[in-house]
Design a protein around this ligand. Sequence first.
Ligand code: K7E
Ligand code: CUA
Length: 674
Amino acid sequence: MSEQFPDKTVNRRKVIGGLGLAASVPVGAAMIGGFRAERASAQDGLGDEVNEIIKARELSPEDVTAALETYMPSGKMDEYLMFTSSGHAGQVYVIGVPSMRVYKTIAVYTPEPWQGYGYSEETKAVLAGGNINGKSITHGDTHHIALSETDGDYDGQYCFINEKAHGRIAVIDLKDFATKQIVKNPLLVSEHGGCFVTPNTEYILEADQYPTPLGIGEYAPISEYKEKYRGACVLWKFDREAGKIVPDDSFAIETPPYGHDLADAGKGPSDGWAFWNSFNSEMATGGNMEGNPPLEVGASQRDMDYMHVVNYRKAAELIEAGKGDKLKDMSFIPLQMAIDEGLMYLVPEPKSPHGVDITPDGQYIVVSGKLDPHVTIYSFDKIMAAIEKGGHETDEFGLPILPFEECLEAQVELGLGPLHTQFDNAGYAYTSLFLDSAVARWKLGIDDGKWELVEKVPVHYNVGHIAAAHGDTVNPDGNFLVALNKWSVDRFPPVGPLLPQNLQLVDIREGKTMRPLADMPLGFGEPHYAQIIRTDLIDAWDTYPQEDGKVGWDAIANDWHPGGTMIGDEKIEVNGTNVEVWMTVMRSRFTPDTIEVNQGDEVTIHLTNIESAKDATHGFVLGGQDISISLEPGETETVRFTADTAGVYPYYCTEFCSALHIEMAGYFLVKPNA
Ligand code: K7E
Ligand code: CUA
């Protein structure tokens, strides 16, 4: 192939020709355009070179166009950032889309030494917010990311993530991509139906996964499951100004002991309402050693479970008016009150539902039943009409059950194991099919009443959640979808029996057939849900705040740190057996660089990174004391420990910050007791 790329006006077809591809191959004009513009004119014979590579690597035309769609030249920015949970790795990952490169790990429920999370007094206090009965828990099972929203769309300010194993919620500030708060639900031992935010992030939704007697430490024998075990739908109040959840303004609504699954908050016409799925309305409790059906069999007997339709706005008004109880210090609406006040209704849903997702217009609620090949679409208006009509049957706890047929808008048969649904800007929905290992694209019948399957694309394998750009907001972007697949059995080199995940980027642009563009093996914890936000909505700090006459930002308190130290103000104060150090940190020294204490002294060191340049992070490790912290420019952190072992301990900087980084060190001497 000898065709050259003469100038920047070469058309797309010509470029395809130059690549030796069939002209019918669908190609993204923008990327091809970018390719052609800089490189082609700069290098003679590039077409030949490209074709040689294509041949040598045995690439198909699809491979080549997929590579062109996703390749990110050095220095170019991804259009989107994906925030994903990490399952029981207890962290959040930040990944570029479409390049599928990991930009950051955010430590949330587990200590992480690179960020120094869980080693300073400030970050230890964040983790301690998630203590259970005073016991420190150093792991967490993260499932659902929720980016903060304004008017129903992501605003790029905060990110929340739930923790299934212990019923906890964390707040991450996107100014510095750091975890600021963990709250422990005092009622729920485990949870799953969080985090989902209301359209202006007033509340964060959460619910139990496995019912228990409500309250940590409460006991009742499993034989009293129906009488004593309960679930709860929880509304955590978020204070956007403070960047914190306010437990005192949050509340829970008691539910029957059905296991709760995912949730979504209403928007537009359904604003003020929230929807939780449930499973195990059979109230099976297992006991397979005692001759009972195993839990999962017992929990799958009935054809229908119940969606919980909750009027949280009215519930909040009742709480505000002083109605309701307190349970374990949490404002609490007992089940009977929820029934009497019309706060909660049940709508039957096909067996073992998992995801519940509201259409961008807020009018329809899409439910996936894991054991049913359909998605079931409910109309919010019909649900309201059914409530209005009254005269309902109830479940055995007295909750009204709205007739299925009256609330139903449509059902679409998609395939096996539907789990989770996202939306685009072209009137389509996308649902993951776990058992089929596929993603289905289907048409919303909002305008014409035609709800129908359009196409399916295979993914590899075991797809759980899917995330499309702004795909659960009032304003989806379309373009890309990521299938978050579990366990990749044959795609990557062998790395032992614990298999990597495989995140697959799928092209969902309008007018094109869906196709996978890239595999991203992820050798970390299993992502469940992720959300994809436009990069231009993120306005993160380069450094911590700088102000004349002030120094040392406390990233957790979001304020100036009382231990902040200016150059020249460094000091060591000894008060009996208490030693307190005010230290500055800069390229390439710690001041002081020698600290001597007596064995058994209580030592407190406030470290201030006094630099203002954006690439001036310093680390601080002190061997033998379990201390590894990261000081970003302008930040102050405090470490505290007992110098209980005599000896000489060098401390040093862990980031390669300058030519004299190795020399950025000091000595911590512990004089033995006589
Ligand atoms: Cu489907 Cu926890 Cu949302 Cu996993 S959950 S996939
Ligand atoms: Cu500071 Cu290396």
